[in-house]
Design a protein around this ligand. Structure first.
Ligand code: ATP
Ligand SMILES: Nc1ncnc2c1ncn2[C@@H]1O[C@H](COP(=O)(O)O)[C@@H](O)[C@H]1O
Length: 191
């Protein structure tokens, strides 16, 4: 299996690049944000529990996220590999993912981090908010909270993968194609 964590702040381009990567490498896409939005749309209990946190731009509690990812992976059955997008977002989630990978007798090949300056992130998110229907995209204060939460709670996850020699940084500014080619360069190295 080829398992990649696509990492970066809100608006860095993880979803955009994931769509291209799953096609090229025949992988499964697990975006915890997309999964929560699906639960929200279907009005499930999990969706209701996640909504308050998502509306405020805060992280959904680890136990809910980890159980959802475990169910998704086990439910998907045999796959070629997985692109994780927006997960893990805390060190506890990263530890749980390692545990999950070992249960499946596989491992994370690498983390690819998209680096994008804050001004550019804000522009991208506010632009996306015009059409995404995401309430957390349309309010500048919520965007600020999401970026602060990323810096405080999520950036330490990069250290977790650096310690395992699995961290690769990519410039996330430029054309989508150019960034894609650079990510593929890393994946071809770790696969
Ligand atoms: N290289 C790029 N240059 C300019 N805009 C981009 C680039 N890549 C993606 N975008 C745009 O920026 C916005 C955010 O991209 P995307 O949704 O892929 O980010 P994300 O990291 O998945 O965000 P989030 O974590 O908030 O869901 C989208 O509107 C997308 O079209
Ligand atoms: N891995 C996650 N941990 C906690 N909370 C999460 C996680 N993934 C998504 N969320 C919640 O959903 C929104 C939107 O996520 P995007 O990745 O930006 O689509 C996020 O702000 C959290 O509230």
């Amino acid at each position: 299996m080829l398992n990649i964590v696509l990492f970066g702040p809100p608006g860095a381009g993880k979803g955009t690049q994931s769509a291209k990567l799953i096609e090229k490498y025949n992988l499964t896409h697990i975006s915890t944000g997309d999964l929560f939005r699906k639960h929200l749309g279907e009005g499930t209990e999990l969706g209701k529990k996640a909504q308050t946190f998502m509306d405020q731009g805060r992280l959904v509690p680890d136990s809910l996220v980890i159980d959802m990812v475990r169910d998704k992976i086990k439910g998907d059955g045999q796959v070629n590999g997985i692109i994780f997008d927006g997960f893990p977002r805390t060190v506890a989630q990263a530890e749980a993912l390692d545990q999950l990978m070992s249960e499946l007798e596989t491992d994370i090949n690498g983390m690819v981090a998209l680096e994008v300056p804050e001004d550019e992130l804000r522009n991208r998110i506010m632009e996306r908010g015009k059409t995404s229907g995401r309430t957390d995209d349309q309010d500048s204060e919520k965007v600020t909270t999401r970026i602060q939460v990323y810096e405080k709670e999520t950036l330490p996850v990069a250290e977790f993968y650096k310690k395992q020699d699995k961290f690769f940084s990519i410039n996330g500014v430029g054309s989508i194609e150019e960034i894609f080619n650079n990510i593929c360069g890393v994946i071809d190295q770790v696969k």
